[in-house]
Design a protein around this ligand. Structure first.
Ligand code: ARG
Length: 467
């Protein structure tokens, strides 16, 4: 198996020519990346097959050697997939593990695979392919999350809830409108993902160590075979660049921040004090000591994952900061950050999609809360502007007095008798009561992007067509 280390004990079998003895144990430990970059095995093998095929097509290696190489690589792929491959730390990384195994399987022809390439362009290729696939997966997961929100929004286009600013009751809104706010956020995240895919859609292979190569390779051929739009245009940049990984992390950090806000709202909404939503049993936990508890653990963990993702972004930015061109081994530290953030993001999106889809919405609680806290005060002020011709600032003042009076009487604005309101401003008529209900309040906010059910339905239709 690949752990055939006959040569590596004394010196490395890949560059043993120059080295008289093998690495110190600590050197091996700090240097090896196989522990995490084995995740790139499928991309590594795909890249090598495309490279070998191109080498043969260009007459750089024989068709016979190419066939042996491709057959051997496919064998290795199934060995790894079926768990019958022994990874060796002495062979440092995934690239050398695969190549060493290929040599055992097919003999000297294996040595021709590394013609006209370097591990520098090889790792840039493998990692780009991995990040590209992850971005595609993220795009699909965000689409599912958006779809879950669109369903809830359609169901609750008319359900009134309090809208908050400073977490204080502000104005009534609909739950559908609030759901659509998240559709906008995750929609922006998804377009960032799409742009990132476009950005990274260039093939690094053929940049070689940093300077390109003297062999007559065809980089357009490998780019096409690997599903890239075109080859990268500067070999130095190609092996130096990890923007695509940083872009993935920044997209993940922004999406994670959005998810954490949703998580926090779910935590608040599901408290007995709010009681706006009830999480399904599938997405909550109990307490080992307090039988009455139903805890929003998944939401809390989503909120926490954001911290990990931000950490990964800052870590990779710091790793890359100030590195001279071209490749430096520092860059090997890129992968764990991206792998960890990708896992966190996937879990967070999946958990949120489940929670949003399954939670029970308590519309009665929401409506009752929407009516408390003088949430229609702005509607009274607007009525005074519209019907009594007051300047908005004066209307604001009059309304403030009405709120103070209601507060002192311990009642809602709509419960103040007309005589009380007229004592504050003589032009108030009983028509004012039409705008003091929460339903009238939301229905009146028909401005584009506003909370009126009719407007929310338009926005749902827009996103359904876009999704
Ligand atoms: N394991 C290395 C990495 O992840 C592969 C590239 C090594 N290149 C080199 N010149 N030592 O970055």
């Amino acid at each position: 198996m690949a752990d055939d280390t006959t040569d590596t004990k004394s010196s490395n079998q890949m560059w043993g020519g120059r080295f008289a003895s093998g690495p110190d144990a600590i050197m091996e430990e700090i240097n090896a990346s196989i522990g995490f970059d084995k995740k790139l095995f499928a991309q590594d093998i795909r890249g090598s097959i495309a490279h070998a095929t191109m080498l043969a097509h260009q007459g750089i290696i024989s068709a016979e050697d190419k066939d042996k190489i491709v057959h051997g690589l496919n064998t290795i792929l199934s060995e790894i997939e079926s768990g019958n491959f022994e990874f060796s730390r002495q062979l440092e990384d995934i690239h050398m593990n695969v190549e060493a195994r290929l040599a055992t399987l097919i003999g000297p022809a294996a040595g021709r695979l590394h013609t006209a390439r370097s591990r520098n362009d090889q790792v840039a290729l493998d990692f780009r392919l991995w990040v590209k696939e992850e971005l595609q997966k993220t795009e699909q997961m965000l689409t599912r999350l958006i779809a879950a929100f669109l369903d809830r929004a359609a169901e609750h286009a008319e359900s009134v809830m309090p809208g908050f600013t400073h977490l204080q009751t502000a104005q009534p809104v609909t739950f559908g409108h609030h759901c659509m706010a998240y559709v906008e956020m995750f929609g922006r995240d998804r377009s960032r993902v799409r742009h990132a895919i476009e950005h990274l859609d260039e093939s690094p292979i053929g940049a070689a160590a940093l300077a390109g190569t003297g062999y007559p390779i065809d980089r357009h051929m490998t780019a096409k075979a690997l599903g890239f739009r075109e080859p990268t245009r500067n070999s130095i940049d190609t092996v130096s660049d990890r923007d695509f990984a940083i872009e993935f992390l920044s997209i993940a950090a922004i999406a994670g921040m959005h998810l954490s806000r949703l998580a926090e709202e779910i935590v608040i909404w599901s408290t007995p004090q709010f009681g706006f939503v009830r999480l399904s049993d599938a997405f909550s936990t109990g307490s080992s000591i307090m039988p009455q508890k139903k805890n929003p653990d998944a939401a809390e963990l989503v909120r926490a994952k954001t911290g990990r993702i931000n950490g990964s972004l800052v870590a990779l930015l710091t790793i890359m900061k100030g590195l001279p061109l071209a490749y430096s081994k520092d860059m090997q530290e890129d992968k764990e950050q991206v792998f960890d953030a990708a896992e966190s993001l996937e879990l967070a999106i999946a958990a949120m999609t489940g929670m949003v889809r399954d939670m029970t919405v308590n519309t009665a609680r929401m409506k009752a809360a929407a009516g408390s806290g003088y949430s229609t005060a702005t509607d009274l002020a607007d009525w005074l502007v519209r019907e009594a011709g007051l300047p908005f600032r004066d209307a604001h003042h009059v309304t403030g007095r009405a709120v103070a009076l209601a507060e002192s009487k311990g009642c809602d604005l709509a419960e103040l008798p007309l005589s009380d309101l007229q004592a504050i401003h003589p032009d108030i008529t009983d028509k004012v009561y039409d705008v003091l209900t929460v339903e009238a309040s939301v229905a009146s906010r028909k401005s584009f992007g506003g909370t009126a059910p009719s407007e929310v339905r338009k926005q749902i239709a827009f996103w359904r067509a876009r999704n």
